[in-house]
Design a protein around this ligand. Structure first.
Ligand SMILES: *Cc1c(COP(=O)(O)O)cnc(C)c1O
Length: 226
């Protein structure tokens, strides 16, 4: 196993702990998800050996293939963080422990209809002005949360977002925080905030993120894909 991977993981974890302390937060209250998209399953095996248990993928086929191949890895949790078509809901629910990217009632309904063990889900909030990006507008998060709360097989845990490229992350994350508060009005227990990537996780921690989705800072650059 490359010691560079272990070094990068330790370095990121140290930066997470420092950012948490700077914000007066307990580093232990933050879950660091390693995003392994486009990397081979062997990288996930290496991460698991280093103690990583939460990994993220953004494409259903890749999620399904890796989850099948690595089903023997004790305690591994797969987080689905990508845009999902409703016809992939069954496969996603079969493989993932958490779906961060529920952005419309139809997708919630498809995940619900797929059946299986209870699934943790988050409302994805779009922080850009581009309606074509994933997520509901911040003003619509509460209504989607109310819909999800009516799905018996889904456990609403909170909200998720990606900061826009063309704005200060801290400013964008304020809107996510507001949407998170709105969601908690309909689901008080839905306290997770999934935000923060390689480029902006300190700002996400300062805003109150509970789940970070960090890829390249830990894995190294992603392989070019077709
Ligand atoms: C790829 C991806 C990440 C991780 O991105 P990095 O910049 O490599 O840390 C986080 N969230 C989502 C939704 C992603 O698609």
């Amino acid at each position: 196993m490359s010691s560079a991977l272990a070094d990068r993981l330790a370095d990121v974890d140290a930066r997470i702990a420092a950012s948490a302390r700077a914000a007066g937060r307990d580093p232990g209250s933050i879950t660091r998800i390693v995003v392994t998209k486009f990397h081979p399953a062997s990288l996930v095996t290496d991460l698991h050996r280093l103690g990583v248990r939460d990994v993220g993928e953004n494409r259903q086929q890749e999620l399904t293939a890796k989850a099948d191949e690595l089903s023997g890895l004790e305690g591994l949790r797969w987080h689905f963080i990508g845009q999902a078509q409703t016809n992939k809901a069954r496969a996603i629910r079969a493989a993932a422990s958490v779906v961060h990217s529920v952005d419309r009632p139809k997708l919630a309904d498809a995940l619900e209809a797929a059946g299986g063990k209870p699934l943790d889900v988050l409302v994805q909030v779009n922080l850009t002005d581009d309606a074509g990006r994933g997520g509901v507008g911040p003003a619509d998060a509460e209504a989607l949360a109310a819909h999800i709360a009516g799905c018996a097989g889904l456990q609403l845990r909170g909200v998720m977002a990606v900061a826009p490229l063309d704005e200060e992350p801290a400013r964008a994350f304020e809107r996510l925080r507001t949407a998170a508060d709105a969601v908690r009005r309909v689901a008080p227990e839905a306290a997770w905030i999934s935000a923060g990537m390689t480029g902006d996780f300190p700002e996400a921690i300062a805003m109150g993120a509970t789940h970070l989705r960090i890829g390249s800072a830990i894995t190294g650059p992603r392989p070019v894909h077709g």
